[in-house]
Design a protein around this ligand. Structure first.
Ligand code: KIV
Ligand code: ZN
Length: 513
């Protein structure tokens, strides 16, 4: 019988540790809902002791998500474990405390300044405390990849005896190779006397590009939980990519005979949602979820595909959620067709959303002949933000080879209508300067990226903007057939996420242009 691998998703915790990828509570809940629909077994919702915001977000996810188990991360410290226990409480018997301490010589000596005996004692005390406060406890030996195997066996045995039912072996710095990591997992399972009382888990980082290979080597050697993230997000070079692990097991069942409970058709929509929310674009040639993952360019390949799709495809785009029905609706389509298509894409529109999205759809259909599923998802992602304080009323840009680009913007800020104009190095720069002249704080631009959502010169451009205001980093997205308009929308989306943003007092000087 095919064995089952548990998927532990840490997009909301380790993924959020990717530079610039922080999410607010509402965004985290959206991702958690998508992960639950995707079918992950465990959602690591955050690190409750890290901040009051993290605590509240884990608590909210624990109370709203009804399928997956909800894990809260905690260092091996009483205050962390108590905070995690409280935050995951609404999940009831689906709550898990994930506590960790470092076990490698370099981490114990240089970082913790603790002896190996002290580390074992702290791990055991922490697992016992966590077990008294939560239904399930996972213990991680941080930097297990560089830990001495005898010490690792000792601490694993002690924490299982203390009540941990999931033992996680992280390759924290992505140093391992598949053969050595696989044999490390086998050694632990064979040598630790009570190993049969726990599920062995792995958590691999991608510093040498081996996170997925190492995770699979561990699975082949007895690991039955893999910690991974959507799009491989995570600290530094990231974690093992969920979509790759899942599709390797599905496509090569002949090699592994292990499967997951993931609904693979939800992979691409989930990847797009995470990319949009974190402002972290997916590279075009990324396996499974990259825009080119199923694109066939050369004549020989296209000829083969026309004769039989299996000539150049080892899995179908449909099986991972790419829409095969590429061309969808046009300007004559009605509400019913729109509702049905969104339902196929996994979104049930309520009346208010339908109203807004249908209007945007008609506007887009006037500009663009063919409307693809990707366009529809972008229309949806343009959702009106509940506390939207700035909105774009109008934008006019003039640019050319001989002229200095100039932009005139009209914004609604709170209840005021404001106008400004500015010159810039290009039309986008001019538009950004004009918008920024009207509000404060207006943040430092950390990232600006443009992606074509579909192909063709009438494709919508999807722009991502990342702004920094002090310690806060926010992302904004905007889509439009006009890239300058998409850019202005993305900037405004990001500005709306800055808590104290308001109209600049000096705006009067610009009005009336
Ligand atoms: O990389 C790591 O070791 C971690 C642990 C907290 C599991 O993220
Ligand atoms: Zn990690």
């Amino acid at each position: 019988m095919t064995d089952t691998l548990h998927i532990f998703d840490t997009t909301l915790r380790d993924g959020e540790q990717s530079p610039g990828c922080s999410m607010n509570a509402e965004e985290k809940l959206k991702v958690a809902q998508a992960l639950d629909t995707l079918g992950v077994d465990v959602i690591e919702a955050g690190f409750p002791a890290a901040s009051p915001g993290d605590f509240a977000s884990v608590q909210q996810i624990a109370s709203k998500i009804k399928g997956a188990r909800i894990a809260g991360l905690a260092r091996a410290l009483t205050k962390d474990i108590e905070a995690a226990a409280k935050a995951i409480k609404p999940a009831g018997d689906r709550g898990r405390i994930h506590t960790f301490i470092a076990t490698s010589p370099i981490h114990m000596e240089a970082k913790l300044r603790m002896s190996p005996d002290e580390v074992v004692q702290r791990a055991v005390d922490s697992v016992k405390l966590a077990r008294s406060l939560a239904p399930e406890v996972e213990f991680s030996a941080e930097d297990a990849g560089r830990s001495e195997i005898d010490f690792l066996c000792r601490i694993v045995e002690a924490t299982i005896a203390a009540g941990a039912r999931i033992i996680n072996i992280p390759d924290t710095v992505g140093y391992m190779t598949p053969d050595e990591f696989g044999s490390r997992i086998r050694t632990l399972i064979e040598r630790v006397p009570n190993s049969d009382q726990a599920i062995f888990s792995v958590h691999c980082h991608n510093d040498l590009g081996l996170a997925v290979a190492n995770s699979l080597a561990a699975v082949a050697n007895g690991a039955r939980q893999v910690e991974c993230t959507i799009n491989g997000l995570g600290e530094r070079a990231g974690n093992a990519a969920l979509e790759e692990i899942v599709m390797i097991l599905r496509t090569r069942r002949d090699r592994y005979d292990i499967d997951t409970g993931i609904d693979t058709t939800r992979i691409v929509p989930t990847s797009k949602l995470v990319s949009k929310i974190t402002g972290s674009p997916v590279q075009a040639n990324k396996a499974i979820v990259g825009a080119n993952a199923f694109a066939h360019e050369s004549g020989i390949h296209q000829d083969g595909m026309l004769k039989h799709h299996k000539t150049y495809e080892i899995m179908t785009p449909k099986s991972v959620g790419w829409s095969t029905n590429r061309m969808v609706l046009g300007k004559h389509s009605g509400r019913a067709a729109l509702i049905a298509r969104y339902a196929e894409l996994g979104t049930v529109l309520d009346d208010a959303q339908l109203q807004t999205v249908f209007f945007r759809f008609k506007v887009l259909a006037d500009k663009k002949k063919e409307i693809f599923n990707e366009d529809l998802l972008a229309l949806l992602s343009d959702d009106v933000v509940a506390d939207e304080r700035i909105s774009l009323i109008g934008l006019h840009v003039a640019s050319g080879t001989r002229d200095t680009p100039v932009a005139v913007v009209e914004l609604k800020v709170a209840d005021e209508t404001l106008k400004a104009s500015s010159e810039g190095d290009g039309p986008v720069d001019a538009a950004f300067k004009a918008i920024k002249s009207l509000v404060e704080p207006n943040g430092k631009l950390l990232l600006y990226s443009v992606n074509a959502i579909t192909s063709g010169t009438d494709a919508q451009g999807e722009v991502t903007v990342r702004l920094q205001d002090g310690a806060r980093v926010v992302n904004g997205q905007g889509a439009d057939t006009d890239i300058v308009v998409a850019s202005a929308k993305a900037l405004i989306d990001a500005l709306n996420k800055l808590p104290d943003m308001h109209a600049k007092a000096v705006h009067a000087q610009y009005s009336g242009i």
